[in-house]
Design a protein. Structure first.
Length: 461
C-alpha cells in the first residue's frame, strides 16, 4: 500500500514540474521576448552589438565620417546579401534596428564602404582624426586613367582605396570616380613595394582585385543593427552589377607606340567616318540597353579598341557580338524605330544568326551572334550568292567593362586570346585588304545552306 502511495506522489510531482516548465516557456516566449527582443536573441545564440568588435569599428567609422560631413555608402556584398532577405522590413521601418545584431556582428575581417571622389575633402584632417580615435590608416594610390590618354599628364596618381583598421577589424573604403561615359569607376588595389602586406588580409577584400565599373547609383538611408547608413536603393541590381563589374582600361601607352609606327589617318574622310561611327555606337548602345541585351565590341571594332583606342577608319563598319541566349525577336524592330533599317539577315536563331543594319551614309552595323560548343564559342557567316556557311572559333571568354568613345561598353575579358583567335599573332600590323571568308585565322567552312531554306536564312534588303 505504501508503494502505491509513493508512485502516485511521484506522478503528481512529475506532472506539476512539467506544467511549471511549460508555463516558464510560455512566459518567456510571449512576454520577455516581445518586451526585450535583443536579449532573447542573445540567449538563443546571437550576439549583442556591444560585444562585437566589428560593430564597434563600423560605428566609430560612421561617426568619424559624419563628423567631417563625408557621405559614405555601404556596398559590402556580404551584408547586402543578408539584407536582401529583409529589404521589405527595412523599407517599412528604416529607423528600426530589429532584434539583436544580425549584420555587423558576423565575424568577417572587413566591412566595405564607398565614397564619391567629389565628396572626399580635407583628407589630412580626417586621417589625423581617425588615428586619434584609434584607427590605423593605409592609403593606396594609383594612376588616374582619365589622364592616361594625355601623354604629358599620364602617370598622375589619385587615391583609390583606404584601409581603416581598428583592433582585429578593418573598414575598406573604396573611392568611386565619375567617368565621361556617365558611370562610376574604382581602381585596382595595388600595394607599393614599401607597404606592409601583412597589415590586413588583403586577399579577402571584396573589391580591388580588379578595377570596376558601375552605373550611377541611388542610395537610401536605413538603420542596420542600430547604425544609420546609406545603401544602394536597388540592392539586387547592385549585387548583380558587383558580380560582373570587372573593368579593363584602354591601353593608351601601347596605342601611342602603335601610332609612332603607323601614323594615324587624320584625313577629312577618316575624321568624319569616326564621328559617324561614334554616333552609331551611341545609338546602338542606347537601343540595346533599353532592351536589356548584353553586347560587346567584336571583330574590327574590338581590335581598334585594343590596338589603338579608337575606331579603325578603313573598317567602314561597327562590329558587335551578342550571346545567342540573349537574342530577342524585337531587336530588329527596335533598331528600325531608331532609324537603322535592316540591310541583311543571315542564318537563324538555331544556327549562324547574323544581322546587319545601315547607319548614316557609309557606316554599317554588323551584329554577330555567338554560340557555345564544347570548349569554344563561335559565330557564323553566310555567303549570300552561294549559300556557303562559315564558322569562326574563339576560346571561351567572359565579359568585362571598358570605356570607348565616351561609352561604358563590354569587351571580352580574355582580350589577347580573343584578338589572336581572329587576327593571329600579327594583329598589331594593320591589314587594309581583308576578306571575311579567308583572312581571319579562326575561320573554317561549315557546310552549305539547303536551297529550300534560302528564303529564310538569306534575306538581303
Amino acid at each position: 500500500m505504501l508503494r502505491i502511495n509513493q508512485n502516485v506522489v511521484l506522478a503528481i510531482l512529475t506532472l506539476a514540474s512539467s506544467l511549471f516548465l511549460l508555463f516558464q516557456l510560455y512566459y518567456y516566449k510571449h512576454y520577455l521576448s516581445a518586451k526585450n527582443g535583443p536579449i532573447f536573441s542573445k540567449l538563443k545564440g546571437g550576439m549583442s552589438a556591444q560585444d562585437s568588435i566589428r560593430w564597434r569599428a563600423v560605428k566609430k567609422f560612421l561617426g568619424l565620417m559624419a563628423s567631417h560631413s563625408v557621405p559614405v555608402y555601404l556596398i559590402d556584398v556580404s551584408v547586402l546579401g543578408l539584407l536582401q532577405e529583409n529589404l521589405e522590413q527595412l523599407d517599412s521601418s528604416p529607423d528600426s534596428s530589429g532584434p539583436g545584431c544580425r549584420y555587423f556582428c558576423a565575424p568577417w575581417d572587413f566591412t566595405t564602404f564607398a565614397v564619391l571622389e567629389k565628396f572626399w575633402k580635407h583628407e589630412a584632417d580626417l586621417l589625423w582624426a581617425a588615428q586619434k580615435v584609434g584607427f590605423q590608416c593605409l592609403k593606396i594610390l594609383g594612376k588616374d586613367p582619365r589622364l592616361e590618354g594625355m601623354e604629358d599628364l599620364s602617370g598622375t596618381e589619385i587615391p583609390l582605396h583606404y584601409i581603416f583598421k581598428l583592433a582585429t577589424h578593418a573598414i575598406h573604403l573604396v573611392v568611386f570616380y565619375e567617368r565621361s561615359g556617365n558611370y562610376l569607376w574604382h581602381g585596382q588595389l595595388r600595394l607599393k613595394q614599401h607597404m606592409d602586406r601583412k597589415f590586413v588580409p588583403f586577399r579577402q577584400l571584396q573589391l580591388g582585385r580588379y578595377a570596376g565599373a558601375y552605373d550611377r547609383l541611388e542610395f537610401l538611408f536605413v538603420s542596420i543593427d542600430g547604425l544609420k547608413t546609406q545603401i544602394p536603393k536597388d540592392v539586387p541590381q547592385f549585387l548583380e552589377e558587383a558580380a560582373h563589374a570587372r573593368f579593363l582600361e584602354c591601353r593608351y601607352k601601347e596605342a601611342r607606340a602603335f601610332f609612332q609606327l603607323y601614323p594615324d589617318d587624320t584625313s577629312q574622310d577618316a575624321v568624319e567616318f569616326r564621328m559617324r561611327a561614334k554616333a552609331l555606337l551611341h545609338l546602338v548602345t542606347l537601343t540595346l540597353n533599353s532592351l536589356g541585351v548584353r553586347f560587346w565590341l567584336s571583330s574590327g571594332t574590338c581590335l581598334g579598341w585594343y590596338r589603338q583606342c579608337n575606331i579603325i577608319p578603313y573598317g567602314r563598319d561597327v562590329d558587335l557580338g551578342i550571346f545567342i541566349q540573349d537574342y530577342k525577336p524585337d531587336i530588329i524592330s527596335a533598331f528600325q524605330r531608331a532609324g537603322l533599317p535592316l540591310k541583311h539577315k543571315f542564318g537563324k536563331v538555331e544556327d549562324s544568326l547574323e544581322l546587319s543594319f545601315q547607319g548614316k551614309e557609309d557606316v554599317k552595323l554588323d551584329i554577330f551572334f555567338f554560340y557555345e560548343e564544347g570548349i569554344h564559342m563561335w559565330n557564323g557567316g553566310t555567303q549570300a550568292k552561294s549559300g556557303k556557311k562559315f564558322k569562326y572559333l574563339f576560346p571561351k571568354f567572359t565579359l568585362c567593362w571598358t570605356e570607348f568613345l565616351e561609352l561604358k561598353v563590354r569587351v571580352p575579358c580574355e582580350m589577347l586570346a580573343y584578338i589572336e583567335a581572329n587576327y593571329g599573332q600579327s594583329w598589331a600590323v594593320p591589314v587594309v585588304a581583308w576578306d571575311w571568308k579567308s583572312s581571319p585565322h579562326n575561320v573554317q567552312p561549315n557546310g552549305v545552306w539547303p536551297v529550300s531554306e534560302w528564303d529564310e536564312v538569306i534575306q538581303v534588303y
